[in-house]
Design a protein around this ligand. Structure first.
Ligand SMILES: [Zn+2]
Length: 336
């Protein structure tokens, strides 16, 4: 069987004809396999959803219990028959519950990796390389300019700033699913025991991470009333980046604006966002991790989706690996 007969793009997303399912469809479909809970990959309204238990839980938290007609949980490594094909979910190291999906039929194995990273992350299972014929990779940071430093060093940088400016509030922009919990956990591992304030939009997901055994330490709501602004002096407040645009952020005294993202490597982005303290912490691979992973899968063919497709395709060709862009649309990179 030709790989493109096993999986190919359709307007709804990546489609598997012999299994009659889509992977991470961007429109409602009958049968969906979901790699992880970020809103550009996991959408509400499908007839049947197959995903890890944690991704199903996260979808229920975000969309309500009726987010799909029916659901089925896949354990990592469990072989599941989906229509006429066999699928297995493997850890992707991206956020809690994230998975690569291996699709096998007629002796051909394609791995759709969703979003993934190789750097250590104490809040989710580490990426597991899976040998395959075709590897489908994202390319969010698919340019050699992107090298992510160790995230622990970025957390330490934040704590040094807190020590230097004890009279100021440190406002840390971090996406609600994955990045926020990872930053909090990294701060704990760097020895920060004090209570961390969280924006209301993070509360449910932080509670869920804790229910899954991830110790986030003492958290309290960032609900300082105007008039007691000094109360947050010296505190670390974690909030989704969107919160910085509204009045919410103005309640804090002389805040230091920090932002945790792989894009903080780019000075122009730092300036555009008015970020005083850029923290280069990404839940995606950097260039070296991306290319090393492609090699590690042993794939003879690579299909590249969202991000810098051209550079990644070119790298593959120079390495003697057949490659092409997939041109899937609708993946908005919520997590970075
Ligand atoms: Zn993601």
């Amino acid at each position: 069987m030709r790989p493109q007969d096993l999986l190919h793009p359709r307007p709804e997303g990546l489609y598997c004809p012999p299994g009659d399912f889509f992977i991470d469809p961007v429109r409602p479909v009958g049968r969906a396999l979901i790699t992880h809970g970020h809103s550009d990959h996991a959408r509400a309204g499908h007839g049947h959803v197959l995903a890890t238990r944690q991704t199903l839980d996260i979808m229920a938290l975000r969309y309500g219990p009726d987010f799909a007609g029916a659901r089925q949980a896949a354990a990592y490594g469990e072989r599941i028959a989906a229509g006429g094909v066999s699928v297995t979910f493997h850890p992707a190291g991206h956020v809690l519950g994230s998975a690569q999906i291996a699709v096998e039929h007629g002796g051909t194995r394609i791995v759709a990796s969703g979003d993934y990273k190789r750097a250590p992350d104490p809040t989710c299972a580490p990426f597991e390389p899976v040998r395959c014929d075709v590897f489908i990779t994202e390319a969010t940071f698919g340019l050699p300019v992107f090298t992510h430093p160790p995230a622990s060093g970025e957390a330490a940088k934040l704590l040094r700033s807190v020590a230097h400016f004890p009279e100021r509030t440190h406002l840390v922009g971090a996406y609600a699913l994955g990045k926020a919990q990872r930053m909090i956990r990294l701060l704990r591992e760097e020895g920060h025991d004090a209570s961390i304030r969280i924006h209301g939009a993070l509360a449910k997901l932080c509670d869920y991470y804790r229910s899954q055994g991830i110790d986030l330490g003492r958290l309290e709501p960032a609900t300082v009333e105007v008039g007691s602004r000094q109360d947050a002096a010296g505190a670390i407040v974690v909030a989704p980046p969107s919160a910085f645009a509204d009045r919410w952020a103005r309640r804090f005294a002389d805040p230091v604006s920090a932002f945790a993202s792989g894009w903080m490597r780019i000075r122009q982005r730092v300036r555009q966002r008015g970020v005083e303290l850029p923290l280069i912490v990404s839940d995606h691979c950097d260039w070296n991790e991306l290319t090393a992973t492609i090699t590690e899968t042993g794939a003879g063919e690579v299909w590249v989706t969202h991000g810098s497709e051209e550079a990644t395709v070119r790298w593959c060709e120079l390495a003697g690996i057949a490659a092409r862009p997939l041109h899937l649309v609708g993946y908005e990179d919520e997590a970075e």
